[in-house]
Write a protein that binds this ligand. Structure first.
Ligand SMILES: [Zn+2]
Ligand SMILES: [Zn+2]
Length: 637
């Protein structure tokens, strides 16, 4: 497990705000550098939107969140013109003088609004694409075997592969996604029930590779694990460290577990700049891959949960030169009181534009699977820690009441500057604090009410749910917490408390609008997989019969309810319901055609996530089509 007591522990962030980016930003995001990467590109000419009347199959526009089918839909100039009977849609198109063509769906095919992920991290995901993937995910599924040995195999393959000369000459081995919470549990006599998580140290990393510096970023993004070689280079390169202590003292102070920005910064700054620059140079092609992947999974809209000005300008340049195949909204990152003071007054978005700002993003605590989410009680597997709250008063690392700096921060952002909040709160105590502050703020708020979100909102009590309803707060759940990490939460991290993870059904029953998100790249984009995990709540890492590994069956939701969490209600969470989320007349003609209907599968588990996306359309332009060979193989299956 990650060393919570390290003297290095600084300000804790979640994957929402990997401290790495702040460090690298100065080094890498010079405008000239970004523009240099775009050299030689020409401005993209966008394909023209088609005018179509689409009929056949099942067409479900989800207007007002209703599941009703229509016979046809008419689109023109990137917008929906009409839905209803085929005759009525044709008549409406003709009345408007629109020349159109017909498109016919196969019987089993289903047309739905394009999927929305209301919480992802676009640029950070693209930047890390060149790093070794040391996580447990194989696309939408968990790799069957995942431990220190399997990680070691990947690292050594890279060390001895085509890049080996670069490593001989000083490059670092860089990996991401290392996840002790998804490895086999270990016996730990200190843990409440004797079950602990794997711990990486410089010694265990030395057993993987010794001669080349190695850094592995944890999946929770809070920790960088380094081997002794990397520690030695960092020590030699950093006067603040080597003037203060011996190498042995440095090593003993963290055991190769570098926590948060404070701990990681010296090591990151020791990596050769030429190697880091390659990350930025590769960024545009990585962004292209990322957006293609999003379209392939049926996405037409992504909401970035940690945008800053550097990332935004990078995206703007990208969108100028590359196909613009996805709509993007964002929350503006606000990491400190100084950031809050600098925020401009909020201006509500009236018309869609790429990378519009809908919220301000605050990160109140860490990650539950990273054991840094801030709890009211100690972690089972870490009995001396309640996690970490990010905005505490001096000298009180484990506050039991809302810390004044936190109130001040949210007050500045929401009341003084008028921004809708999007606050990351994972641990139950962080959630309690956040709801309490929202309650006070909302009382003093005047004018049009704004939509405040809570991100992850992982552990909710009955009282929390009542308050969330009363205050009209919008919770968005990282549903992979149940599907992928549910087993670790129940058996190692929380015990019984895991039952109150992602209470989708209780929230819906209370009349709350919920959404599901991937927090990509904490989990990979996958709207159908998220739906499936909210419907089955099967803990995929648990041994034995999946049907017997359901985490609190009372919180399972129906396929219809799940569909709204990635379409209409996700749009509402992003202030985007006037444009997307449903195919109501006047909305963008952003839609997806699936090979099967996710509302009528015989069995959902491991099936819904595999439904093929046949086509994805954005604004009347087809931006993805399943390659023909795969379509053929489907028929043969
Ligand atoms: Zn977060
Ligand atoms: Zn996030």
């Amino acid at each position: 497990m990650e060393n919570q007591n390290s003297a290095q522990l600084g300000c804790t962030h979640c994957a929402c705000n990997n401290p790495m980016w702040n460090i690298l930003e100065e080094e890498l995001f010079h405008p000239e550098k970004i523009l240099k990467t775009a050299e030689g590109l020409t401005h993209q000419i966008h394909a023209e939107a088609l005018s179509l009347v689409i009929s056949g199959g099942t067409i479900r526009p989800l207007t007002d969140g209703k599941m009703d089918n229509v016979e046809a839909i008419g689109i023109h100039h990137g917008k929906v013109i009409a839905t209803g009977s085929k005759a009525a849609v044709e008549a409406e198109m003709q009345k408007k003088g629109i020349a159109f063509e017909f498109k016919q769906l196969q019987d089993a095919e289903v047309l739905l609004p394009g999927f929305i992920d209301p919480h992802v991290h676009i640029v950070p995901t693209a930047l890390l694409m060149g790093w070794m993937d040391l996580g447990r995910f194989d696309n939408q599924k968990l790799k069957p075997e995942y431990n220190e040995q399997t990680i070691g195999v990947i690292i050594n393959k890279e060390r001895t592969g085509p890049n080996r000369e670069k490593y001989d000459k000083g490059n670092w081995l860089l990996g991401k996604g290392a996840d002790p919470a998804l490895m086999p549990f270990v016996h730990d006599p200190k843990a409440a029930n004797g079950i602990g998580l794997t711990t990486f140290t410089c010694d265990s990393l030395d057993e993987i590779v010794k001669d080349v510096p190695l850094m592995m970023l944890s999946a929770s993004m809070h920790t960088a694990y380094v081997n002794t070689k990397a520690m030695q280079l960092t020590y030699d390169h950093t006067p603040e460290i080597h003037n203060k202590m011996t190498f042995e003292e440095y090593k003993a102070s963290n055991h190769g577990q570098l926590q948060e920005g404070v701990g990681m910064e010296p090591a990151l700054k020791t990596i050769p700049l030429s190697q880091l620059s390659e990350m930025v140079i590769g960024c545009f092609s990585h962004l292209k891959t990322f957006f293609e992947e999003a379209n392939k999974r049926g996405h037409t809209f992504l909401y970035d949960a940690g945008m800053n000005d550097a990332f935004k300008s990078l995206l703007k340049i990208y969108l100028h030169f590359y196909p613009n195949n996805i709509r993007i909204g964002a929350a503006k990152m606000c990491s400190s009181q100084a950031d809050a003071d600098k925020l401009k007054q909020y201006e509500p978005v009236t018309e869609y534009s790429d990378v519009y700002y809908g919220n301000a993003k605050i990160i109140s605590d860490g990650s539950n699977q990273g054991l840094t989410g801030y709890q009211s009680e100690h972690y089972c597997c870490l009995p001396d820690s309640k996690g970490k709250f990010n905005f505490t008063a001096d000298g009180d690392p484990e506050p039991v009441e809302v810390p004044a700096p936190y109130k001040e921060l949210l007050n500045t952002v929401a009341i003084k500057k008028g921004w809708p909040l999007m606050t990351h709160a994972n641990g139950d105590q962080a959630i309690n604090f956040t709801i309490q502050v929202y309650d006070e703020l909302i009382k003093t708020q005047t004018g049009t009410p704004v939509r405040h979100r809570i991100e992850h909102a992982s552990l909710l009590s009955d009282q929390n749910i009542k308050d969330i309803k009363r205050l009209e707060i919008l919770p968005s759940f990282l549903i992979g917490h149940v599907g992928y990490w549910g087993y670790a939460f129940r058996d190692a991290i929380f015990g019984e408390k895991a039952e109150i993870l992602d209470r989708c059904k209780s929230a819906l029953d209370a009349g709350i609008k919920i959404s599901l998100h991937t927090d990509c790249e904490v989990t990979q984009l996958g709207p159908l997989r998220m739906m499936e995990q909210s419907i089955t709540r099967i803990m995929e890492a648990a041994p034995g019969n999946p049907e017997e590994n359901v985490l609190n069956a009372a919180e399972c939701i129906s396929p219809e309810q799940a569909l709204r969490t990635v379409t209409t209600d996700a749009a509402y969470h992003c202030y985007a319901e006037k444009w997307v989320g449903s195919l109501a007349v006047g909305h963008f003609s952003d839609f997806v055609i699936l090979q099967q209907d996710p509302l009528h599968l015989e069995s959902n588990y491991m099936q819904m996530r595999d439904i093929k996306v046949l086509e994805t359309w954005k604004g009347g332009v087809m931006v993805y089509q399943l390659p023909v060979p795969e379509q053929v193989s489907l028929v043969n299956d």
